[in-house]
Design a protein around this ligand. Structure first.
Ligand code: NAD
Length: 254
């Protein structure tokens, strides 16, 4: 199994890619610390992983709140005696996001708080545990929108994911000598609950689909397979990358 003897903390594990990651990491032998704000959804993830014979604990926490993140790391590392992987997957993409001129300040702040501060806090409390374990892997979920401009503005989200990419590079450089790797995983448009509403509109769907060279939207597992690689020792010389899994959308000029 590719993740045997590893404990992985996965945020946003109550839905979409985070939920599937909890299941697929556990199947690869990882002990999973599943974190989410949504208690009921998190409980469903925990039950399904247990039902499949996996090792998992769930911790309800808001990644933008320092004390809650500190407790999640403490409970997670305590439950399994170590922490080897931090998978910062929790993120929000609110419908009220837009262009800077119209964007409400509170919406902007909340997006930055969850997507960037949440990543910062999980690293703040998680990295000392990785160091104790002799090293580890940090996977920070950014997005293809961090790498290219977009005429359909979602400026808070775009700014937040750009920050995640830069922060990840800095962590890779700072903590390499501690055998800690940090990579920014950049998905293209993936059919998860986050995009479901938007993609129900055929015009919105087609607008995006024509840009994807591989001719389909991504599936959660397309991204989780990449995360398994980044979490495992197979990627032991891979750090500081923007690891793009996007069906080719970010290299499409026309
Ligand atoms: P999703 O909406 O299905 O799941 C996100 C999960 O994060 C939910 O369970 C939610 O409760 C949780 N969450 C939200 N705020 C939280 C907080 N403050 N604290 C703890 N948990 C919180 O989303 P998804 O599509 O699976 O997205 C996962 C990640 O991938 C996000 O970071 C997202 O920005 C990124 N991403 C998604 C796409 C896409 O097309 N779906 C594309 C690029 C990047």
């Amino acid at each position: 199994m590719r993740l045997a003897n590893k404990t992985a903390l996965i945020t946003g594990a109550g839905s979409g890619m985070g939920r599937l990651a909890a299941r697929m990491f556990a199947k690869e032998g990882a002990e999973v610390v599943a974190v989410d704000l949504a208690e009921g959804q998190l409980a469903e993830t925990v039950e399904s992983v247990k039902g499949e014979g996996g090792a998992i604990v769930g911790v309800t926490a808001d990644v933008s709140q320092a004390e809650e993140v500190r407790r999640a790391v403490e409970e997670g590392a305590g439950a399994f005696g170590r922490l080897n992987v931090i998978y910062n997957n929790a993120g929000i993409f609110p419908g009220e996001d837009g262009s800077v001129v119209d964007l409400d300040e509170a919406v902007y702040q909340r997006v930055l708080d969850v997507n960037v501060k949440g990543t910062y806090l999980c690293c703040k409390y998680g990295i000392p545990e990785l160091i104790k374990a002799g090293g580890g892997s940090i996977i920070n979920v950014a997005s293809f929108v961090a790498l290219m401009g977009c005429t359909v503005p979602q400026d808070a989200y775009t700014a937040s994911k750009g920050a995640v990419v830069s922060l990840t590079r800095s962590l890779a450089v700072q903590y390499g000598r501690h055998h800690i790797r940090a990579n920014a995983l950049c998905p293209g448009p993936i059919e998860t609950p986050m995009l479901q509403e938007l993609l129900r509109d055929p015009a919105e769907r087609d607008k995006r689909l024509t840009r994807i060279p591989l001719g389909r939207f991504g599936r959660a597992k397309d991204v989780v397979y990449a995360a398994i690689y980044l979490a495992s020792d197979e990627s032991s010389w891979t750090t500081g990358t923007t690891f793009v899994v996007d069906g080719g959308i970010s290299v499409n000029y026309f």
